[in-house]
Design a protein around this ligand. Structure first.
Ligand SMILES: *Cc1c(COP(=O)(O)O)cnc(C)c1O
Length: 389
């Protein structure tokens, strides 16, 4: 079956629920057992069915099944946020004394976790150039246990050669983790490219409506038991209402992404013509580091990109942003609405240098009419030029 068909049909069984199209929201903590023998049997196999709320209900199972069907993963582990998915994937893969290779363009809170909690636990994190590819081999040590990738990188959008890095890691049985939030399972399937643990902030495009916090991890059979038991021991779980919303969002992911990408490309085309714009950071753009890899490995682009400006007056730059009416100013992305965020990539780099002529802006192209969005941006550029207040 093609992806769009799977996304429509996976994870639901109307015949088992009175013909109703969507699975219900099961809210549960306690699950009752008919006798001691069945309680003991369930306790021995907590992942094999409904056992206790923290281990999931048919609502969580439906979302997990639907996501697994998109990537043919052995298992999907759900947690309360994208960051919880990142940290539990790392904790499942590392112990004190281990060496972790972490991409320099990683999501800020992931970096903070490595430099704080993982360091305290005795894990040595070394940051590497997102464009390193097979050259990662030179950084391996005897105690390297995990390589973490994020492609494209947060804020700067470099596309990594995930297959090449996974090939090097496989030679030494090193666990590979990929934060694949930008592409979603529709546009890049990490497991097929050799990734052991694929991570998504389902908060973003999968949920798609800026109303849910949710994280998920996709794994092959060899990593499933360890990951599940680590997540269970940490006490992570995902709420049933959030899983329902994510499953509902998933059904329209393909059509939403298509529009997000189309609008992003229209905005980029307009932005490129403005003399104040120095560079565009977008994997589908030929200037983007790793663009050739994106063409080789990805099935599409999405609505999130970066804009590097020429040096400009900081007050006018802020006025440009403050006066926007359709673009909201705030964290996260992946909802139906357009967003901007001023970013400072240079502040969260240690292995590579980030140089830009002027300030950076991250833009999320929402589902509004692109003509209206461009009008909003044009008024912003007039404020940047000091032509209006
Ligand atoms: C947003 C984001 C996360 C964290 O997700 P939350 O659900 O906000 O915790 C992790 N990785 C990337 C790449 C993200 O963009």
């Amino acid at each position: 079956m093609k992806k769009r068909t799977r996304i429509t049909h996976a994870g639901r069984d109307p015949d088992k629920q009175h013909g109703i199209v969507n699975p219900p929201v099961w809210r549960a903590s306690t699950v009752l057992f008919p006798d001691v023998a069945s309680l003991r049997a369930a306790t021995d196999h907590p992942f094999d069915g409904v056992y206790y709320g923290r281990f999931g209900t048919p609502t969580q199972f439906a979302l997990g099944d639907a996501i697994c069907a998109l990537e043919e993963a052995a298992g999907c582990v759900l947690v309360g946020s994208g960051l919880a998915a990142v940290t539990s994937g790392l904790l499942a893969s590392l112990s004190g004394g281990d060496h972790l290779l972490m991409v320099d363009s990683v999501y800020g809170p992931t970096r903070k976790f490595c430099d704080g909690t993982l360091k305290r636990l005795g894990v040595d994190t070394e940051y590497y150039d997102p464009c390193i590819g097979e050259g990662i081999r030179d950084l391996l040590r005897d105690n390297t246990r995990a390589i973490f990738m994020e492609s494209p990188g947060s804020l700067t959008f470099e596309v990594q050669d995930v297959p090449a890095i996974c090939r090097v890691a496989a030679e030494r049985d090193i666990t590979t983790l990929l934060d694949n939030t930008w592409a979603t399972p529709l546009h890049f399937r990490g497991l097929e490219h050799g990734v052991d643990i694929e991570i998504h902030a389902a908060t973003k495009y999968i949920s798609g409506h800026a109303d849910t916090m949710l994280g998920l991890l996709l794994v092959n059979a060899s990593k499933l038991d360890n990951l599940r038991s680590t997540v269970a021991s940490l006490g992570h779980c995902a709420g049933s209402d959030d899983c329902y919303l994510a499953l509902r969002g998933l059904r329209t992911l393909a059509v939403r992404l298509e529009q997000h990408e189309r609008t992003a490309r229209e905005l980029i085309e307009w932005l490129r013509q403005q003399p104040e714009v120095s560079r565009i950071l977008y994997p589908a753009d030929s200037e983007c580091p790793g663009h050739e890899i994106w063409k080789r490995d990805f099935d599409g682009a999405t609505g999130l990109f970066g804009v590097v400006f020429e040096a400009c007056d900081p007050d006018r730059f802020n006025r440009m942003i403050d006066g926007l009416t359709l673009f909201g100013l705030g964290y996260s992305w992946g909802g139906y609405e357009s967003l901007v965020l001023p970013t400072e990539p240079a502040r969260s780099r240690t292995a590579t240098e980030w140089t830009a002529a002027g300030p950076c802006l991250r833009i999320h192209a929402g589902l509004e009419d692109p003509a209206d969005l461009i009008e909003d941006l044009a008024a912003g550029f007039a404020r940047l030029r000091g032509q209006t207040d």
